[in-house]
Design a protein around this ligand. Structure first.
Ligand code: BYC
Length: 312
């Protein structure tokens, strides 16, 4: 069958909202866009484990420690589902990881900020996982089957993460003056980076238009950012905390909150590798990769031995 006909069939499937599966024909650009987005997402999950893992030993109670451990383990699992989904597109996991380790591949800007206090665990769960859910629920309807199916489970776990984060914030904001101050300070530091997670404005976004046409993305970056602000402001009110934006105001006419200007210079600086923790995060991933070499070797040796025994 010639390429034009294959492309026509592919487009018809997209128009009818029929899922594209690994063995189906797909345009090269569609495949590459998926590999880029899914691998960046997978990297974000495993780099996202680092700022929180830092607090497991310092969690203030056994209950908090167990929840933090479960959350970090879930993130490792999300990384695995996503690397597996990416492999169905014909790439090798080792190559994806090597791009992460060399600094070539991107991962979410948010994980290049430091976690300075316990309240940051609350703010990350509430805001960062909250933003992740806002972005990822529509991805459960993405046009590529393995990605969409991976997202269903990821979103269920993310909603547990968001709730545990909000509960930490609730406890702190109803606690002593010092605890309330910690919660406010964490909100002050995480609010703007959380808004940046949704990516550049629609006018600046390189990939949105094509990804929307292919049903990889279902909403634009600005649409999701607005949904997040609208959902989160009442949650901050309930906590009795103040969002650090003097321009934040309900707009009766639009039926949305207006919010202040985002510092896009900061965002582009962070995604170019110059954020406060980029180097630390990549060093930690590289160290984990090197120190885990014996596990990979042992697993390979075991698999080879098993295959030989089966063949004998
Ligand atoms: N950070 O054309 P655009 C999580 C890049 S957290 C870094 O709009 P696209 C978690 C973008 O890659 C989140 N880079 O791109 C939560 C592109 O660069 P390249 C992970 C960013 O793809 C808690 C350029 O800027 N979630 O899961 O249409 C604990 C232009 O952008 C960012 C996902 O990855 C950013 N924030 O839209 C643990 C969700 N934003 O590739 C883990 C899936 C943009 O041309 N991904 N860039 O060099 C998506 O939905 C989309 O990829 C994005 C960006 C909305 C993020």
């Amino acid at each position: 069958m010639d390429t034009a006909l294959l492309e026509q069939r592919f487009n018809e499937k997209i128009d009818r909202d029929v899922r594209i599966e690994p063995k189906d024909w797909m345009p090269d650009h569609y495949r590459k866009t998926l590999i880029r987005q899914i691998s960046q997402h997978a990297h974000s999950e495993i780099v996202g484990m680092l700022p929180e893992a830092n607090w497991i030993t310092r969690a203030p109670s056994l209950r908090r420690k167990a929840a933090a451990l479960a959350k970090v383990q879930d993130e490792a699992g999300h990384g695995l589902y996503l690397y597996s989904a990416c492999e169905t597109l014909g790439v090798e996991r080792d190559d994806l990881l090597s791009d992460l380790h060399s600094g070539k591949a991107k991962y979410s800007s948010i994980f290049n900020y430091p976690t300075l206090s316990w309240a940051d665990m609350g703010a990350i769960g509430w805001l960062v996982d909250g933003a992740a859910i806002m972005n990822q629920v529509p991805l459960c309807r993405a046009s590529y089957g393995p990605y969409a199916r991976a997202m269903v489970r990821v979103c269920k776990e993310e909603s547990f993460h968001q709730r545990q984060g909000y509960e930490i914030m609730l406890t702190l904001s109803k606690g002593s003056e010092v605890q309330k101050k910690m919660a406010q300070d964490a909100l002050n530091r995480w609010w703007w980076p959380s808004l940046m997670m949704f990516g550049p404005t629609d006018a600046e976004s390189k990939h949105t238009e094509q990804s929307m046409r292919w049903g990889i993305k279902r909403f634009t970056n600005d649409e999701l950012r607005q949904k997040f602000v609208d959902a989160t402001v009442p949650q901050a009110d309930l906590l009795g905390l103040t969002i650090p934006d003097k321009d934040l105001k309900w707009n009766e006419e639009r039926g949305h909150y207006d919010f202040g200007a985002i510092n896009w210079d900061e965002f582009f600086n962070v995604i170019s590798g110059n954020g406060p923790c980029n180097k630390q995060r990549l060093d930690a991933r590289n160290k984990a990769w090197e120190e885990g070499a014996w596990v990979r070797e042992a697993a390979n040796a075991y698999a080879e031995k098993k295959a030989k025994r089966k063949a004998a």
